[in-house]
Design a protein around this ligand. Structure first.
Ligand code: ADP
Ligand code: MG
Length: 151
């Protein structure tokens, strides 16, 4: 578990993911306001993206390319039918050489490939708490190297 006392701490956790052996598929779970978009913003800033990082609530996905990497940021909150994901050509997004961050992955109902990392964010007092689960031994080891506590 990682305690995130303020917004900057959530952004730093996102930035720390850049140090992993990516690109990777990262699922972000947690209620509205838990800090999922903040974490992705922290990642993208650290990757060198200078512009805004908006929540892709209506577009379902926003794509970025920085000098360090490519990334796709999904927010599936408003996904009506998991089949919409197929229409979006989601397989191409995941098959490419890009980081993929998915908010509300549970809405995709099994249409997502196995993830390297699952991050669950929860509101605790005025801050947040992150629980990290590695999808592979390799990522688990990398997270521990980065001093991130994985369960
Ligand atoms: P989500 O994408 O999960 O709905 P957001 O990333 O949009 O959530 O964040 C919602 C609010 O939570 C923002 O106002 C953000 O500043 C705040 N926030 C993010 N992380 C923290 C934290 N660790 N402590 C306190 N507030 C935070
Ligand atoms: Mg969000």
């Amino acid at each position: 578990m990682v305690e995130l006392p303020d917004e900057a701490a959530t952004a730093r956790l996102g930035a720390a993911l850049l140090g992993l052996d990516g690109p990777a598929l990262v699922l972000l779970e947690g209620d509205l306001g838990a800090g999922k978009t903040t974490l992705v913003r922290g990642f993208l800033r650290a990757a060198g993206h200078a512009g805004p990082v908006r929540s892709p609530t209506y577009t379902l996905v926003e794509s970025y390319r920085t000098e360090r990497c490519a990334a796709h940021h999904f927010d599936l909150y408003r996904l009506g039918d998991p089949l919409e994901l197929e229409e979006l050509g989601v397989r191409d997004y995941f098959a490419g050489d890009a980081w993929c961050f998915v908010e509300w992955p549970e809405r995709a109902a099994g249409l997502l490939p196995p993830a390297e990392l699952l991050i669950e964010l929860a509101v605790v007092g005025t801050g947040r708490r992150a629980t990290l689960r590695a999808g592979s031994e390799r990522i688990g080891a990398r997270l521990r190297d980065a001093r991130l506590d994985v369960s």
